[in-house]
Design a protein around this ligand. Structure first.
Ligand code: GDP
Length: 433
């Protein structure tokens, strides 16, 4: 059974941990969008790994990890990550496959990212400035350089020269030398070559041979370029549609969809966040949840669980179940609010507004639940949770519309509750190793 695991909020839901613990069930882990702005943090036996581009499945021996055509790849960042894994005794190069159709991030993409954010001033998006947006822009404008092009010296030279010269005209005072860019690319392209494959064909063959795939999403549904809170979004389809377009698989290849949500809400960067808490409670959630970006270190904006936004995540992705993370961060709170609807211009909305201007005007309607004093941190059986924590989960399930198949109570792999009463075929008889 293949399973998609993706973020159903604004990203940083703890997908890295969930993917990591589910990985032993699968033969391949395939990422379908984004770039090295993802920043999954995984702890294994106390060692911390921040994986930006490579699927976190790489931490498991024998698992093949795939970077699909839907990604933009910075080869320098990719090899930095490969080398870092190598220092921990993980030979990533042998188990990593990169699509020939993935687009390459070049040095001028990073310059353009900084430039465009500076030009937007007050209206900046809050990007990670890694050149990801400009690389996707080139892809859509049909002037991008793809991983497969690195093996074609003539096309590569022509495209690099044209693109660098065009960028030099755009970026004031830029005198980037296209020959230097080309030389660097040739060298790195040669190292990349053994990993490059037709990913769609490879996945089709794997499935024909009875192998199973975990489709790994980065960022979250509300940051999706089409279905997120545009323009405060990422440049790719983080939601379920990205699996098909970003890997070249048909929709029936996806046999289950697990949405990762936090027991509260966070968002990094700009854009509306209806349940945002700017006072001491926001600080409390940020500090207890260590809500600082894994890649940029930026403090995340924090708020209560937003069931309207989560329901939208269920609709856009056709979620079968939730993986509810960071329940332990709410330990010790006297009361916990859940946003059940929005109030906007005298109306009560129960569906997430399509119009961002309307979303910006929405005020949350809260339902207050009692908190719990006994810790949930590290609890591994549902029945061992404090009663009020169980009630809180039940209410989240009811308001969101799908059950929580997994509840996470700490950053460690083992701090996880698996609900065998929640039937998701791809998770049946799962054992956490
Ligand atoms: P991702 O991009 O969705 O994987 O999310 P991040 O890795 O950016 O953020 C998740 C952070 O929360 C990581 O530091 C995880 O180790 C941590 N984490 C994941 N699940 C839990 C949990 O249940 N409780 C706590 N306290 N931390 C968690």
């Amino acid at each position: 059974m293949n399973l998609a695991v993706l973020g159903a909020q604004w990203g940083d839901e703890g997908k890295g941990k969930i993917v990591d613990l589910l990985t032993p069930r699968f033969d391949l882990v395939a990422r379908y969008q984004g770039g090295h702005n993802a920043g999954h943090t995984v702890y294994v036996d106390g060692a911390k790994f921040v994986l930006r581009l490579i699927p976190s499945g790489i931490l498991h021996q024998g698992i093949v990890c795939v970077i699909g055509n839907g990604l933009v790849v910075d080869p320098v960042a990719l090899f930095a990550e490969i080398d870092e894994l190598g220092r921990h005794g993980i030979d990533a190069e042998r188990r990593l496959v990169v699509s020939d159709k993935a687009h390459v991030i070049l040095p001028y993409h990073r310059d353009l990212d900084l430039l465009s954010e500076a030009r937007r001033g007050e209206r900046k998006i809050g990007t990670t400035s890694r050149g990801i947006g400009p690389a996707y822009e080139d892809k859509i404008a049909r002037r991008g350089i793809r991983v497969g092009d690195l093996a074609d010296p003539e096309t590569l030279e022509q495209n690099v020269r044209d693109n660098v010269l065009a960028r030099n005209r755009l970026v004031h005072d830029s005198t980037m030398d296209w020959r230097e860019v080309l030389d660097d690319l040739r060298a790195i392209g040669a190292r990349l070559q053994p990993m490059v494959r037709d990913v769609s064909l490879m996945l089709a063959e794997a499935m024909r041979a009875g192998q199973s795939i975990l489709f790994e999403g980065a960022q979250g549904t509300l940051l999706d370029i089409d279905h997120g809170t545009y323009p405060y979004v990422t440049s790719s389809n983080a939601s379920i549609g990205g699996v098909c377009t970003g890997l070249g698989v048909g929709p029936r290849a996806i046999q289950g969809v697990l949405g990762v949500v936090k027991a509260y809400t966070t968002r990094v960067g700009e854009g509306p966040l209806p349940t945002e808490l700017t006072g001491p409670m926001g600080t409390r959630l940020r500090d207890s949840g260590n809500e600082y970006g894994a890649v940029t270190g930026r403090p995340r904006r924090c708020g209560w669980y937003d069931a309207v936004a989560a329901r939208y995540g269920v609709r856009i992705n056709g979620l079968d179940a939730l993986a509810l993370t960071k329940l332990d961060v709410l330990d010790g709170l006297e009361q916990i609010d859940i946003c059940t609807a929005y109030r906007c211009g005298g109306n009560t909305l129960t569906e997430f507004p399509s119009d961002i201007a309307q979303l910006s005007r929405c005020e949350p309607v809260y339902e207050t639940m009692p908190g719990w004093s006994a810790p949930t941190k590290g609890v591994r059986r549902f029945s061992d949770l404090p009663e009020n924590a169980r009630r809180y989960i039940a209410r989240i399930e009811e308001l969101t519309g799908v059950p929580a198949a997994i509840v996470s109570t700490g950053s460690d792999r083992a701090d996880t509750i698996l609900r065998d009463d929640v039937a998701l075929p791809a998770l049946k008889n799962l054992v956490i190793e």
